[in-house]
Design a protein around this ligand. Structure first.
Ligand code: TEU
Length: 556
């Protein structure tokens, strides 16, 4: 483990999805002034860095991940002045701000794509245009949102590649002009004083010569070709050299279909990124297709996370959800009777593993998945695309048939408006919210959590302090214990410095029943550092944990 002390290793990152965070002008859509108005909440949590999802000019087909102008702010979110005020307010509070960098693709409304369609000098090669065979696509690659990854443009008479929505055309990074324009744009934002980037699907930017067909058995056909392509490492290294390497920044790359070995090339000490988001733990409950659910076992989740804890040559990012994933209490624990204990249990996991923890808005109050009951209620291109694809294939006749899967898996679960209080629309807006507010908002909201000294929110604040005060939780080695236990996740963290060796034991019960285990380490269990139940009984090696109980002990 690379123990060199660095601010972003000791940081806690709070992720804000501006469209759903807080609406200041009553148009039902969150905005930048709304973020500024709620910075006290973020600061009070003890967050050090804010990751802002895309706020750039965009037709909003994919809620901002379809950018039409990288140097302008989306009108519904406010103005560049509002953004500059936000940056100043964040810095005045001693926090940092990282922006979302979306350069694998642009919106088809972007000037580059318009010039490319018109074949303006040199712009045609900014994207992937191919003849294809009449109506047939040039290859069998699929879009991550369902359907073919190719769209025919009748006027151009050719097809263009889009690994996501047809309004998100993939940039041709093999074209040095494209890379130059991207680096210039990044330096423009760095000069404005941002503290880094979260980089969207950044390991997809290099596509192999000839764009060969993919294995049709793959749910995302072609991924073995367009993920970690032939020049991905080289382009990321060039990007780092030409932009953020000259600044005191933090970079985290979203990398689909990456394993520990490839990831180590990207984030090792001399790699082009500080950390990355992998998806291996995000697929423990996903079958071979998006629409096919799979029962998940704790032993699988433990195995995946422990592998990254011990085998990554670099620094881990720690996340259990974000704007693309379901709510964690609903997914990994219990969002009913034990929602409070579950929220705290998962927080304990996130703050006691080695790496930088990311908290997604609403996670700190234990927000839950939404009971979607029709396709019309949904906004997320991926959920809608996957259901429509199955309907077109005749696999699904009615929404009811896939309702449970959509309720469990839809990205919209993470995008329902933030729940601030018990007032109408959960205090998110005085207008009509762009997406439905979760009906549990009268119970699950920030105001109620503030009034309740034993709330999940208060527990997050405690964990932030505990992590600040215990370097072993940041820089310590990780050792999984009882790997085959199906209800308990137990591990030891160990840090040896000149001042001696610190050890802590973390024990987490992922079951809704009392669970007993014998742990040698528990014989050395000393002071309780933090726990999500009051009265923690002493132990002589035999541990009896209550439903969704979490305990962190100092080891003597
Ligand atoms: O997501 C990439 C991506 O592949 C995820 O949407 C993935 O499909 C999902 O996590 C389910 O497993 C990024 C952004 O985070 C996402 O919001 C965008 O829609 C997408 O890229 C295109 O920019």
């Amino acid at each position: 483990m690379d123990r060199e002390r660095t601010w972003w290793k000791e940081a806690v990152v709070y992720q804000i999805y501006p469209k759903s965070f807080n609406d200041s002008d009553g148009d039902g859509v969150g905005d930048l002034q709304g973020v500024i108005d709620r910075l006290d909440h973020v600061e009070s949590l003890g967050a050090d860095v804010i990751w802002l999802n895309p706020v750039y000019e965009s037709p909003q087909a994919d809620n901002g991940y379809d950018i039409s102008d990288y140097r302008a702010i989306h009108e519904e979110y406010g103005t560049m002045e509002d953004w500059e005020d936000l940056l100043a307010e964040v810095h005045d509070r001693g926090m940092r701000l990282i922006m979302d960098l979306v350069v694998n693709h642009t919106s088809t409304d972007h000037e580059w794509f318009r010039k490319s369609r018109e074949g303006e000098d040199g712009y045609r090669e900014y994207y992937y245009w191919r003849d294809g065979d009449g109506e047939e696509p040039p290859n069998n690659w699929k879009s991550g949102f369902g359907g073919s990854a190719w769209e025919r443009d009748e006027e151009v008479g050719e097809q263009y590649l889009h690994l996501f929505d047809r309004t998100q055309a993939d940039l041709n990074w093999d074209n040095a002009e494209v890379r130059e324009d991207v680096y210039e744009m990044m330096n423009w934002w760095l000069e404005k004083g941002i503290d880094g980037f979260r980089m969207d699907v950044v390991n997809l930017v290099s596509k192999p010569e000839g764009l060969p067909d993919g294995d049709p058995e793959q749910d995302w056909t072609g991924i073995e070709h367009f993920a970690n392509g032939p020049n991905a490492q080289a382009y990321l290294e060039e990007m780092a050299e030409r932009t953020y390497d000259d600044y005191d920044t933090m970079t985290v790359g979203e990398c689909v279909d990456v394993d520990v070995e490839t990831a180590s090339d990207y984030v090792s000490a001399d790699g082009p990124m500080d950390m990355l988001f992998h998806f291996e733990h995000m697929f423990v409950d996903v079958g071979d297709r998006w629409l096919s659910p799979a029962e998940w076992d704790l032993t699988d989740l433990k195995a995946v996370m422990s592998h990254w804890q011990t085998e990554l040559d670099g620094w881990n990012s720690l996340y259990l959800t974000n704007h693309d994933q379901p709510r964690i209490v609903s997914r990994f624990a219990d969002d009913g009777e034990y929602r409070r204990e579950s929220g705290k249990l998962l927080a304990t996991l996130l703050f006691t593993l080695s790496g930088t923890p990311y908290v997604y808005q609403g996670q700190e109050i234990g927000m839950t998945n939404y009971p979607w009951s029709s396709l019309d209620e949904l906004d997320d291109l991926q959920s809608i695309g996957k259901v429509e694809e199955a309907m077109e294939a005749g696999e699904v006749d009615a929404f009811e048939e896939v309702q449970d899967i959509v309720r469990a898996r839809s990205r919209d679960n993470a995008r329902t408006p933030m729940q601030w209080d018990e007032s109408e629309h959960a205090g998110f807006t005085d207008g009509d919210p762009w997406l439905a507010v979760n009906p549990d908002y009268e119970e699950v909201n920030v105001a109620a959590a503030e009034r309740d000294g034993d709330s999940i929110l208060q527990y997050y604040r405690t964990l932030v302090d505990v992590r600040d005060e215990n370097d072993v939780l940041v820089y310590g080695d990780y050792q999984l214990l009882i790997p085959d236990h199906e209800e308990l996740w137990a591990y030891r963290r160990t840090l040896t410095t000149d001042g001696g060796t610190d050890e802590v034991l973390v024990v987490l019960n992922f079951d809704d029943t009392e669970t007993v285990a014998t742990l040698d380490d528990a014989e050395r269990a000393g002071e309780v550092v933090v726990a999500n139940y009051d009265e923690v009984p002493t132990t002589d090696g035999v541990l009896t944990l209550r439903p969704y109980e979490a305990r962190v002990y100092e080891l003597e």
